[in-house]
Design a protein around this ligand. Structure first.
Ligand code: FE2
Length: 377
């Protein structure tokens, strides 16, 4: 059964009152008449969901501080299956130890949300039940991968999740943005391109118009919110025996028949970082634009005041597929590993971001870098 979100909870504790007991409960209409906003006042970030027919157990979450200058940590991964979900035990432990504050899943969720298992139970339901201890506590931000295409316009992906701006359902969770502290985050669909035969060109054009406008608006506030961090499922760039450096030219630069690519918007609007999945390996690139890498010649720190966006593929969370076969790395590739795992990104402030890649196989960090910039860069 596809769960349907009927209630939106809004906590206003920090603004108004120091009560530990929920009080002043009231409701109002959401953007969509099928949703309801429930507002109350309390310091306690505890919640239950349910009806008179039954209630869930009590869950907890924390809200982020107000303002745009606080440290927070993001767990990023792609390609996580219910079966062969190699990173799940470590993710559970990391969540229990409070090693991150939010999650970004860059597509390919559960393998597959819409499929039924051998025992007749839906795999998406199993996956969401198993990971409920994490997803009920930390914001779980998702973007569609190719495995979310259920031939019904991503209906499971659309109905199970509500990404920002999705309350009125105008873009099916396929693209959206939001701000956390000093960072602007945006998610975009590469599946608009991957399934254009099925769904036509209109979704590509709508997303492109939205993206360029969103990034231009964001740049107007770059002084107070300097980081622009995006995510998508299929990477432009990869370097292994299954793919050349230019993995998805149509998505990267479009074609001559009016299909726009995403990379020019990323370059023009000076995005800092773009996370991808799809390839079941970890790969960090030097800053790169139009197939040209910057700073891969030992001339200095490529990631300080970077000349181009940095792409990191992290389709390593774990699924049915065997590990990615690596050949010689492309000169633009800074680090690769086929270990299962996930990335933890810490945004410290307006000038410093740290990333490390946790290897489930080796039980240690295998890559650790800083991305830095001067004020106003
Ligand atoms: Fe994929």
């Amino acid at each position: 059964m596809i769960p349907f979100l009927a209630l939106i909870f809004l906590l206003i504790s920090k603004i108004f009152c120091a009560s530990v007991f929920p009080e002043q409960v009231h409701i109002s209409l959401g953007e969509d008449a099928a949703a309801m906003v429930v507002t109350w006042v309390t310091f306690e970030k505890n919640y239950k969901v349910g009806t008179s027919d039954g209630w869930s157990k009590q869950f907890q979450f924390k809200t982020f501080p107000a303002g745009n200058n606080f440290k927070f940590r993001v767990c990023v991964f792609g390609d996580l299956g219910y079966h062969f979900g190699n990173s799940i035990p470590d993710l559970m432990k990391a969540a229990k130890n409070d090693l991150f504050d939010m999650i970004i899943h860059v597509g390919d969720i559960a393998y597959d949300l819409h499929k039924t298992d051998d025992d007749g139970v839906n795999i998406g339901d199993k996956y969401m039940r198993e990971l409920e201890p994490i997803f009920s506590r930390f914001p779980y931000m998702v973007i569609a991968g190719n495995h979310e295409n259920d031939k019904l316009n991503f209906s499971h992906f659309h109905n199970r999740f509500r990404m920002p701006g999705e309350v009125n359902g105008h873009h099916n969770n396929q693209y959206y943005s939001y701000n956390v502290g000093s960072a602007h985050f945006f998610g975009v669909s590469t599946e608009d391109y991957g399934y254009r035969e099925e769904y036509g060109n209109a979704p590509i054009l709508a997303q492109y118009n939205w993206l360029t406008n969103d990034l231009q608006e964001t740049n107007k506030n770059r002084v107070i919110r300097p980081w622009i961090i995006g995510y998508q499922h299929r990477p432009f760039y990869c370097s292994n025996t299954e793919c050349p450096i230019d993995a998805e030219p149509l998505i990267r630069i479009g074609d001559n028949n009016g299909i726009p690519g995403l990379e020019p918007a990323f370059i023009q609007n000076k995005i800092d970082l773009q996370f991808c999945g799809h390839r079941h390996s970890y790969e960090r690139f030097y800053p790169i634009a139009n197939l040209v890498a910057y700073g891969n010649d030992s001339s200095g720190n490529a990631y300080h005041n970077a000349a181009a966006p940095t792409y990191i593929t992290v389709g390593t969370a774990g699924c049915h597929s065997s590990k990615t076969p690596f050949g010689s790395p492309h000169p633009a590739s800074a680090f690769r590993s086929d270990d299962w795992g996930y990335t933890i990104m810490t945004i410290y402030n307006h000038t410093h971001i740290n990333l490390y890649q946790w290897s489930v196989d080796q039980q240690k960090n295998i890559d650790n870098i800083w991305i830095t910039k001067d004020f106003g860069h």
